[in-house]
Write a protein that binds this ligand. Structure first.
Ligand code: ADP
Ligand code: MG
Length: 680
């Protein structure tokens, strides 16, 4: 009796070579075959007649062979087998290329079902290489809805159809039902075996839709259950709720008063601190909405209750900048802040680590290395991940495992449509910061071509003359094969030597040493550089309010959300700011995309358009963001099912979490793939 996890070689007709080819599709076991869902279907159920055939519209029909098949050898490698078939409405000539064996299969005077694409011609309709079957044979390639699979070298659709069918037959009765009965009856979902059977061998499109609905639900249910398990592990807080929730001393130090949205987010965070459960909160706000102060208030509250905070930034530049801003602020409140980055010297690192270990440092700022390295905290209780849509489910789970169950605050500047934030952050509560500090002006954005270059140079000079600073963003670091792309190194040199010899032009890119990067950024922040030529390393977070112009070269190379992030580097002070997008792309679609950016400054609207243009996979760069690869479910089409599955998973898990080793547990692990640590 075969089992689901037997290798595919247990099926007849699959040897070592086939098995290797299938492995290329990720198929190793019988279960993998069954779970290899078709990417499309061909409707071969409607029977037509010869007189109804239309050129280029594939059709299925029944007809009798009325001439003896005849094969002629045209030249080496080309044999043609010809015959004519007929039904009561007419005749149709058939041609088979290099399939002389059909001459033995198609018998004069006998009737068959055919499926093929008619071709119109001078001498009337004809057909090449149709599929055919005897009426008494099982319907495999005619009279059915044929699944269409994604293929790989050596593997044909016909082969897969057969292999999957064999696997389904072999495993009948062994496929576990993952969805609880109560869930299935509540949402009217068909059984697992029927669903897997039907997704491959549908008897009708209505049944196919039922099967698909169940499988989408199943996929989302598994995902939601996984998220809920991560969350469940984070419900224990090893100490009493925070008693001191007064952040006024910090706010009194600020030169501005908080926006309503900032106040609301801070209130929500303080309520989490007072709840006795670990906080799991996402703060979502457009660039410049003032998320740093929200983080600072949270850190202050933790310190006031005797706990340490780790503030993690995605880049060392940003960590350094946070340190520059926050260190004096906290020092004024008698709190000690330390920076820990790879760029620091050994001695500085050692003393920072000592201060973290003995608790002298209440606020620790760094990159992810803070949690992965050999850093020991005296009393870490709050972890803040800044500008991190990359801080995915797996990392969040790993964090709780590593650091006990600290409060977690994730700050994201990419406004995420609600459906996707459910997916990415289903285990988080969300605070939306939908208000910019007063006095912010929109950044005027222009799309220009090369012809405008001299005028833009003049515009750059004018900004500098007015005492402001300018970013210039290039898509590449060095001159490369792609000569059409501006490289930061070469362009910085040209600008410094040829265009603006009297100004200070700096260069910043990801391949520079950390210390160099910090030095350049420091120079720019201090106003010693007027122009900073950079790659996208300045994309997130960098805050130099005196910069009023950002010029983006080869703008067509960047995604909408990324351009919006880059644009967010200006317009941070009170002076009018501008963004110039250079692009000579003639693509209609590209121009539409860039024009969309000129038309609005609303990050949520831009994210929505970006998502619609690129789809969720590209939008987030799937793997990087810990977004699982769904097989049937679509994040764009199946939102309602996602909501239902999420509810169902929550209710189910509240009763009884899946046991280790249970089929559901195994599927959860498989879906989260590399996120091994997540469930250990
Ligand atoms: P982001 O949300 O992009 O991280 P920041 O926290 O870097 O934004 O804030 C952007 C700028 O706005 C900073 O210079 C910050 O000091 C300033 N800022 C923050 N909150 C306010 C406020 N309520 N009023 C005025 N300026 C503010
Ligand atoms: Mg920020």
């Amino acid at each position: 009796m075969p089992t689901l996890f037997d290798p595919v070689t247990t099926l007849s007709g699959i040897g070592r070579t086939r098995a290797e080819q299938l492995a290329g599709l990720g198929i190793r076991t019988l279960y993998d075959l069954i779970a290899y869902f078709p990417r499309d279907y061909e409707d071969r159920t409607q029977l037509s007649t010869i007189d109804h055939l239309e050129p280029d519209v594939p059709a299925c029909f029944e007809a009798m062979v009325i001439t003896e098949p005849r094969t002629s050898h045209i030249r080496r490698g080309l044999d043609l087998t010809k015959l004519t078939v007929a039904d009561h409405t007419g005749r149709l000539p058939l041609t088979f290329f290099n399939q002389s064996y059909v001459a033995d299969q198609l018998r004069y005077g006998e009737t068959y079902f055919f499926y093929g694409k008619p071709e119109g011609g001078l001498i009337g309709t004809q057909m090449a290489n149709p599929a055919f079957e005897r009426p008494d044979a099982p319907a495999v390639v005619t009279r059915r809805i044929l699944p269409v699979y994604s293929l790989t070298a050596g593997i044909t659709n016909r082969f897969l159809v057969r292999a999957v069918s064999q696997a389904l037959d072999a495993c009948r009765g062994t496929l576990p039902e993952i969805l609880p009965d109560s869930v299935r009856s509540r949402y009217g979902l068909c059984g697992a075996e029927f669903a897997y059977e039907t997704i491959h061998r549908p008897e009708s499109f209505a049944l196919l839709a039922e099967a698909r609905r169940r499988l989408v639900f199943e996929e989302f249910f598994i995902f939601s259950a996984g998220l809920a398990m991560v969350r469940a592990r984070r419900t224990q807080q090893p100490h009493a709720p925070y008693a001191n929730l007064d952040v006024r001393p910090l706010l009194d130090m600020l030169p501005f008063s908080l926006t309503g949205a900032q106040q609301r987010a801070i209130r929500e965070i303080l309520a989490d601190f007072a709840s006795g459960r670990p906080m799991n909160r996402l703060v979502q706000g457009d660039v410049g909405s003032g998320k740093t102060m929200i983080a600072a208030a949270a850190a202050y509250a933790a310190a006031a209750n005797g706990f340490q905070t780790a503030l993690m930034a995605p880049t060392e530049i940003l960590a350094e900048q946070h340190y520059q801003h926050l260190q004096p602020l906290f020092a004024g409140l008698g709190l000690e802040t330390v920076l820990l980055t790879g760029a620091m010297g050994a001695a500085a690192k050692r003393s920072a680590k000592a201060a973290i270990a003995d608790g002298t440092a209440q606020i620790v700022i760094g990159t992810h290395a803070l949690l992965t390295g050999d850093v020991t905290f005296a009393s870490l209780d709050l972890v803040i991940a800044d500008e991190q849509h990359r801080f995915g489910v797996a990392q969040r789970a790993a964090l709780s495992a590593k650091a006990g169950n600290p409060h977690l605050l994730v700050m994201s500047a990419t406004p995420i449509p609600r459906t996707l934030s459910l997916i990415l952050y289903g285990d988080l509560d969300v605070s939306v910061v939908d208000e910019l500090p007063p006095g912010r002006q929109t950044v005027d954005t222009f799309l220009v071509g090369e012809a405008m270059r001299p005028r833009i140079h003049a515009f750059i000079r004018r900004q500098v003359d007015e005492g402001h600073q300018v970013y210039i963003v290039c898509p590449a670091i060095e001159e490369g094969e792609e000569t059409s792309l501006k490289s930061a190194e070469a362009w910085a040199q040209t600008l410094q030597q040829v265009v603006f010899p009297d100004l200070q032009v700096g260069l910043l890119h990801g391949r520079m040493k950390s210390a160099e990067k910090e030095a350049v950024m420091g120079q720019f922040a201090a106003g010693n550089l007027q122009i900073l030529v950079s790659t996208t390393v300045i994309e997130v977070g960098v805050d130099v309010p005196n910069a009023t112009l950002i010029v983006i070269e080869n703008a067509e190379r960047f995604g909408l959300s990324q351009l919006h992030q880059l644009r967010g580097r200006v317009g941070r002070g009170s002076a009018k700011s501008f963004c110039v997008l250079f692009s000579d792309s003639h693509s209609q679609e590209t121009r539409a995309r860039l024009k969309a950016l000129c038309a609005t400054n609303d990050g949520f609207e831009i994210a929505r358009q970006d998502l619609a243009l690129r789809g969720p996979g590209d939008f987030f760069g799937q793997r990087q963001h810990g977004l699982p690869a769904f097989k049937v479910a679509s994040l764009t089409c199946d939102v309602k099912t996602l909501q239902n599955a999420q509810e169902a998973a929550a209710a189910f898990l509240a009763d009884a979490p899946p046991e280790e080793g249970s089929p559901l547990y195994a599927r959860i692990r498989a879906l989260f793939g590399s996120a091994e640590t997540a469930f250990n």
